[in-house]
Design a protein around this ligand. Structure first.
Ligand SMILES: O=P([O-])([O-])O[C@@H]1[C@H](O)[C@H](O)[C@@H](O)[C@H](O)[C@H]1O
Ligand SMILES: [Mg+2]
Length: 283
């Protein structure tokens, strides 16, 4: 049977590339910054504009009613964030908004497509580096059309691990994040890193530049595309407690193999987050 989502996959690559060009151009102009959930959760006109461009192009191509959309900026304006069985696009127009604002050169467009709650394909365009990562379920993962694979390192002492700090600055959470990082650093590992974009971090796992990336507090739009790219590159995803990965749970460990991932999980100090699909509590 012909791959019924091939056209959508190819189109997503085109849309991500075009969106990345808009971001690069916007980065050369003055950037007006606003905040969302807290003072370090940044948003710009470019995030909103690029999301409109992406969703507008997808609706034009595939029709209004047949597909659903979960986009970071639409959700922040009150749109539902529920993954149903319907074909659903999960979009982060600018992953790494803080990087974008500061001119730190890692910013990605992340577009995933899920059917029956399973991610069929994902595209991550690291637009400042001009690197196009993509993967389709069962067809492998690629960077600029070259196949990519996770690293074969099994010895944690020979690994690089990515961790991010997210936007929760409550002293209890920051304490847990640093305590986890300290324990991992002192295993010891070769190094800790973080690009400031979850989508790019996952692609770094997928291409074998690092062994693992974990974060609590990320959102489905940060990781949905990266999830299929990591899996298709031979890696795996788990919850931070070792249970099955759930894209809406805001918790994730991605890594090259079970040995590395299990070793990282042993050190993670878990803190509470509200699921992406939790009912909205009206204040
Ligand atoms: O807000 P945004 O720049 O799209 O996404 C953020 C980035 O992916 C960052 O690496 C991660 O640590 C945060 O948790 C995300 O929210
Ligand atoms: Mg993001």
């Amino acid at each position: 049977m012909a791959d019924q989502w091939q056209e959508a996959y190819d189109f997503a690559v085109q849309v991500a590339r075009a969106a990345g060009a808009v971001i690069r151009k916007a980065g050369e102009e003055e950037i007006k910054v606003q905040t969302k959930s807290c003072t370090v959760d940044l948003v710009t006109k470019t995030d909103e504009r690029v999301e409109k461009i992406i969703i507008g192009s997808l609706k034009e191509q595939f029709g209004e009613g047949t597909h659903s959309f979960i986009g970071e900026e639409s959700v922040s304006k009150g749109q539902p964030c529920i993954l149903t069985d319907k074909p659903t696009w999960i979009i982060d127009p600018v992953d790494g908004t803080t990087n974008f604002v500061h001119g730190f050169p890692f910013v990605a467009v992340s577009i995933a497509f899920a059917v029956n709650k399973e991610i069929e394909f994902g595209v991550v365009y690291s637009c400042m580096e001009d690197k196009m990562y993509k993967a389709r379920k069962g067809q492998g993962a690629f960077c600029d059309d070259e196949p990519i694979q996770v690293s074969d390192v099994k010895d944690i002492h020979k690994s690089i691990i990515i961790c991010e700090h997210g936007t929760d600055r409550s002293p209890e959470t920051v304490q847990k994040i640093f305590s986890t990082q300290k324990k991992i650093l002192c295993i010891p590992v070769h190094g800790l890193r973080g690009s400031g974009t979850a989508a790019t971090n996952m692609c770094l796992v997928a291409c074998g530049a690092v062994e693992a990336f974990f974060e609590i507090g990320i959102h489905c739009w940060d990781i949905a595309a990266g999830a299929v790219i990591v899996r298709e590159a031979g890696g795996l995803l788990l919850d931070v407690d070792g249970g099955p990965f759930d894209v809406m749970s805001r918790r994730m460990v991605s890594g090259n193999n079970m040995v590395i991932v299990n070793r990282i999980i042993k050190e993670i100090e878990i803190f509470d987050t509200v699921r992406d699909d939790a009912p909205i509590v009206k204040k």
